[in-house]
Design a protein around this ligand. Structure first.
Ligand code: CP
Length: 328
């Protein structure tokens, strides 16, 4: 149950952030700290330490105003693995339908003694708004098209686990870059850790001036296959599109879908990632999704320890602050 001695050797003294709102505001050292802490949790789990007491007596609230399978389940399990109590909120069936505001909803749940709030919302900046109104620490579980920091962290963790380092790797983000919070967080995280990043998709799905974020742009998937170490296949975000950005799904899959033929023309050790949910036959074919290059389920597995690390580091910071009596 208690791996306190091992956790005592952890790197959390270097963590200073109250909230985890995005990778844009984290340094390379802070991102590496989260990855190292996650690796430590993975090592502990492998040695049988699956249940830790680090967050005993703490309450984590999962506030999901948008659908989720992986992120929600993963944060819930991560909280339990660290012995926190959890509160699970869904907008469906809540008093939002009676006119209660987003901030009032969160403040009322916080009033039940919540320390850490995990929030997903369709509006960019919603977690930042809560960070201004709550005393709890806020973790962004995806805000509109803005950021999805824990997804990018688990993507990067998975690449680092497979390749040892991000430095010098070429990573392609392929698909709907325009509407993707996963793309934005990956761009911040990957470039800070020294990877070369190519964003690839139809020109209508590439944000204008994206090169200013330090990435290269391609509209030809076939041309970049041979120079790419890792390919992260992003879903077409139909729910965020207000008009048609390409003529047909069939044409999109033909030009930008990963399939067996493109795998043959890729590097022998290419890694295939996807944040999920995947649309089989659109951004990738089933043989690729389930094939030997795919690390899609490893990403999901790693999401658990990455989210444990995020919860743990934010809680450690809160403990340190309350110990010295500093205002939060
Ligand atoms: N990748 C991801 O965020 O999945 P969910 O929407 O299922 O949480």
């Amino acid at each position: 149950m208690n791996a306190a001695s091992e956790l005592g050797n952890s790197l959390s003294d270097d963590w200073s952030k109250k909230h985890l709102l995005g990778l844009e505001e984290l340094s390379a050292d802070e991102i590496t700290l989260i990855l190292d802490q996650a690796a430590e949790f993975k090592r502990l789990a492998a040695s049988g330490e699956t249940k830790l007491g680090a967050l005993a007596g703490t309450v984590v609230a999962n506030l999901f105003f948008e659908p989720s399978t992986r992120t929600r389940t993963s944060f819930a399990l991560a909280s339990k693995r660290l012995s926190a109590d959890t509160v699970d909120f869904s907008s469906a069936g809540s008093s939002l339908s009676k006119g209660e505001t987003f901030v009032d909803t969160a403040r009322n749940i916080e009033a039940m003694g919540v320390d850490l709030v995990v929030v997903r919302h369709s509006t960019p900046g919603a977690p930042h708004l809560l960070a201004k109104h709550l005393n709890a620490s806020v973790l962004n579980a995806g805000d509109g098209t803005h950021e999805h920091p824990t997804q990018a962290l688990l993507d990067i963790f998975t690449i680092r686990e497979q390749r040892g380092s991000l430095k010098g790797l070429t990573v392609a983000l392929v698909g709907d870059i325009l509407h993707s919070r996963v793309a934005r967080s990956n761009i911040w995280g990957l470039t800070k850790l020294g990877a070369r990043v190519i964003v690839c998709g139809p020109s209508t799905l590439i944000p204008p001036h994206v090169e200013k974020l330090g990435v290269e742009v391609s509209n030809n998937f076939d041309e970049i296959l041979a120079e790419t170490d890792c390919i992260n296949l992003l879903r077409i975000q139909f729910e965020r599109q207000r008009s048609a950005f390409f003529p047909s799904i069939r044409e999109y899959a033909h030009l930008f879908g990963m399939n067996g033929d493109r795998i043959k023309r890729s590097r022998k050790d290419v890694l295939i990632l996807a944040p999920g949910p995947i649309n089989r036959g659109v951004e990738l074919t089933p043989d690729v999704a389930d094939g030997s290059h795919s690390v899609i389920l490893d990403q999901v597995t790693n999401g658990l320890v990455v989210r444990m690390a995020c919860l743990y580091l934010l809680f450690q910071r809160r403990k340190q602050e309350s110990a010295v009596g500093a205002p939060q």
